[in-house]
Design a protein around this ligand. Structure first.
Ligand code: SAH
Ligand code: DHB
Ligand code: MG
Length: 223
């Protein structure tokens, strides 16, 4: 039985508010995107502000010029990642839900990335099959049961040095539940086995707490 401390810890959200207040600053484009998402009825499952800024910094650290994202929602993480690109960089983001994609396109254009970001509507497995690499940075944040397949595509679309980041790999400790009936948990466990056994990847996973409760990111670099 996994201890579910997260649900009882209000300090995590208060500390996220402190981090946002001191480090993240006012951000009209990101605030506008969250407002449009809520107005459009999109689920509130974007990365947190602190996590979004972390993804931005990862992409900058990686010197990314071409970014691939799987799972757009309303484009909150997309905007943070697009801001990491040089002027001639580009980002492709994949979204199955036409309404999410429509809201995202408007948010991304309002943030000034209408030219450099392409939102492709459709099942990501189909869209990925039609893409050519290499990408410098891949962020995977869609249907968790397909994470192993998404990492295979990310490898195919990579070069040595490509960074791959996967969201939601801890799910309040749910990842430990080998007997889970939830295909998202089983997909995540398969992801850990796949990445751990993949000689082309150097990887870790880091647990996070905050407004998105107890979760975590898997982070890998292609050797
Ligand atoms: N990265 C976003 C959040 C993504 S939420 C952010 O942090 O701002 C996950 C998204 O993946 C949802 O919009 C969902 O519609 C989409 N999705 C789910 N299954 C998918 C699939 N098979 N192909 C593409 N997108 C998918
Ligand atoms: C869910 C998906 C996400 O990508 C996330 O960050 C949080 C929740 C979900 O499908 O419930
Ligand atoms: Mg996520």
């Amino acid at each position: 039985m996994v201890e579910r401390v997260g649900e009882q810890n209000p300090g995590w959200s208060a500390v996220d508010a402190y981090i946002a207040d001191r480090l993240l600053g006012e951000d009209a484009a990101l605030a506008g995107a969250l407002r449009a998402n809520a107005e459009g009825g999109l689920p509130d499952i974007d990365v947190s502000p602190a996590q979004g800024r972390m993804l931005h910094l990862f992409a900058r650290m990686a010197g990314a010029r071409r970014i691939l994202e799987v799972g757009t929602l309303g484009g909150y993480s997309t905007i943070e990642l697009a801001r990491a690109l040089p002027a001639d960089g580009d980002l492709v983001t994949l979204e199955i839900d036409p309404h999410h994609a429509e809201v995202a396109r408007a948010n991304i254009a309002a943030a000034g990335f209408g030219e450099s970001v392409t939102v492709i509507t459709g099942p990501a497995l189909d869209s990925l099959a039609a893409l050519d690499g290499p990408f410098d940075f891949v962020f995977i944040d869609a249907d968790k049961q397909n994470n192993p397949a998404y990492v295979e595509h990310a490898l195919r679309l990579s070069r040595p040095g490509t960074t791959i980041v996967v969201d939601n790999v801890i799910r309040e400790g749910g990842v430990l539940d080998a007997g889970s009936g939830d295909e998202r948990i089983l997909g995540t466990r398969k992801l850990f086995d796949q990445v751990g056994g993949e000689p082309r990847l150097t990887a870790t996973a880091v647990q996070t707490v905050g407004v998105k409760k107890w979760d975590g990111f898997l982070i890998a670099v292609v050797d």
